[in-house]
Design a protein around this ligand. Structure first.
Ligand code: CS2
Length: 482
């Protein structure tokens, strides 16, 4: 039997939704596994604790697969928690609609202009925002320009959002909060910059200024891609099959800037932290958790390790990562009050070692040009400004440079899944295939490396040194000798 409202009778009581079909109050763009295992759960729990019409209209930008699956299941999907000592599965009932923007953009625009909708949340990955990684500014390319200057159906997320805001203004539908739940640095601030730029282009700055807020957030839960095992596990616990099942670690955290002009769910009753300034949390999480995740992913993938947990067990890896945290990351940031970066780092390593979580190194390694700036390059920049040489963070960049060349230490192919893949390949092909040549070719990616980093001769020498070691001796020997 498939999951549906009618089939809930067959589902164990403790796994059933904690709310009845809610009315819409939120539009969510990007129906990622991460969203379903994170914001959807917090929102369901907030409604269960304190009520409110905060059902989520799920909007997929272009891929029908998940929204079709959720629609066929009457809006239901399940989340399985994978603990080191056991698992549990629950069905989430917070969805209040499912839409595919590519198929019906007008319906999405109308939804954004509905006065009942008071919040838009987004998980569209770093590249969905079309921001220059080095400067954080909106990249007004042909695709986005066409969204702004013609009436064609919007093909970009910023294009869809601004179309929705224009319609909301015309409908006089009242204020709204736009909440980025992606791993961008100062995501609220970046969202604000993006919307302000678009509002100027559309001549609606005055209204946007009065009616739109962009609260920043720190989002955190490790949610590996769904596999056949996820579906089987959910089916075993629920007694019905769920085609939209997701799984994640037990840990889940959400720190949200409390700036919602038209109200919000009582997320604090679901364990979220509402605060005046989430940025210390964001910086800590991006540079420590995500920075270390990327470090293990690039080195692990080149060493032929399939999962983060397996890569963490490479000899020398855990030591290297601890030094990365202590010597480079911790001095680069001011943690939130009462938090110690080294203790936080140890917690992160325990989470990465959870044997029930099979997070692929190649999944974390994807989109490196989008992920490196906030996760690693900001650490390097801060340390260079302070006159230090962050050796371990530099090793991570060298490992990425080794990874994008596409062959592992054992000679197996490595996937280059990145919006700048073509530029990377072209730059690599144009220069000599020596460590010097590769470092120069990649430092020339100007939306990734700021001029300060690209022109830093000492940093360049350090990168060449690490890349030479990685190419000559491989990851295992490099870590052992470090
Ligand atoms: C990961 C993140 O895939 C990745 O790049 O580093 O998705 C990470 O698992 C989450 O940010 C954890 O909160």
């Amino acid at each position: 039997m498939e999951l549906s409202r009618a089939a809930l009778n067959a589902v164990p009581v403790e796994s059933r939704p904690r709310i009845a079909a809610p009315r819409a109050g939120i539009v969510h763009l990007g129906v990622s596994a991460f969203h379903r295992a994170h914001q959807a759960v917090f929102t369901e729990d907030a409604m269960a604790a304190a009520g409110g019409d905060w059902g989520i209209v799920h909007v997929a930008p272009s891929s029908p697969r998940i929204v079709d699956a959720i629609r066929a299941q009457d809006g239901l999907f399940s989340v399985t928690t994978l603990g080191p000592e056991g698992t549990s599965t629950r069905v989430i009932g917070a969805s209040a609609g499912q839409m595919l923007a590519a198929a019906d953009p007008d319906a999405v625009v109308a939804q954004l202009a509905d006065p009942a909708v008071k919040i838009v949340t987004l998980t569209v990955t770093e590249k969905g925002y079309r921001l220059d990684g080095a400067t954080g500014r909106l990249l007004l390319d042909d695709e986005l320009r066409a969204d702004l200057e013609t009436d064609r159906a919007p093909r970009t997320v910023p294009g869809l959002l601004i179309r929705g805001l224009c319609a909301r203004r015309r409908a006089d539908a009242g204020p709204i909060a736009l909440v980025s739940c992606d791993n961008l640095p100062a995501n609220g601030h970046r969202m604000r910059g993006l919307i302000d730029t678009l509002a100027v282009a559309k001549g609606i700055s005055g209204w946007v200024h009065q009616n739109v807020t962009c609260p920043g957030t720190m989002v955190d839960r490790i949610v590996p891609a769904t596999t056949a095992a996820t579906f089987d596990l959910a089916a075993r616990t629920l007694g019905v099959r769920d085609r939209a099942a997701v799984n994640g670690e037990p840990y889940s955290a959400w720190v949200i800037e409390d700036n919602f002009p038209a109200g919000r769910p009582a997320w604090e009753q679901a364990g979220a932290v509402l605060t005046g300034d989430p940025r210390p949390w964001e910086t800590l999480k991006l540079r420590t958790l995500n920075g270390v995740h990327s470090a293990i992913a690039y080195l692990g993938a080149v060493a032929g390790r399939e999962t983060i947990a397996a890569a963490l067990h490479l000899p020398g890896m855990a030591d290297m990562v601890r030094r990365l945290i202590a010597e480079d990351i911790a001095p680069s940031l001011v943690p939130p009050p009462g938090v110690d970066t080294l203790e936080y780092g140890e917690q992160v390593l325990t989470r990465f070692a959870n044997p029930a979580i099979e997070y692929r190194t190649t999944q974390v390694a994807g989109d490196g040009t989008q992920k490196l700036p906030p996760r690693v390059l900001h650490t390097i920049q801060q340390r260079r400004e302070a006159g230090a040489m962050p050796r371990w963070a530099t090793l991570v960049v060298a490992a990425w440079m080794r990874f994008v060349q596409g062959v592992s230490d054992e000679g197996n192919p490595l996937p280059l899944d990145d919006p700048l893949a073509e530029r990377i390949r072209a730059r690599l092909a144009a220069g000599p295939a020596t460590p010097d040549g590769v470092v120069d070719a990649l430092l020339g990616l100007d939306t990734v490396f700021s001029p300060e980093l690209a022109e830093d001769a000492e940093l360049r020498a350090e990168l060449v040194g690490w890349l030479t070691a990685l190419e000559k001796h491989g990851v295992a020997a490099t870590l052992a000798g470090a």
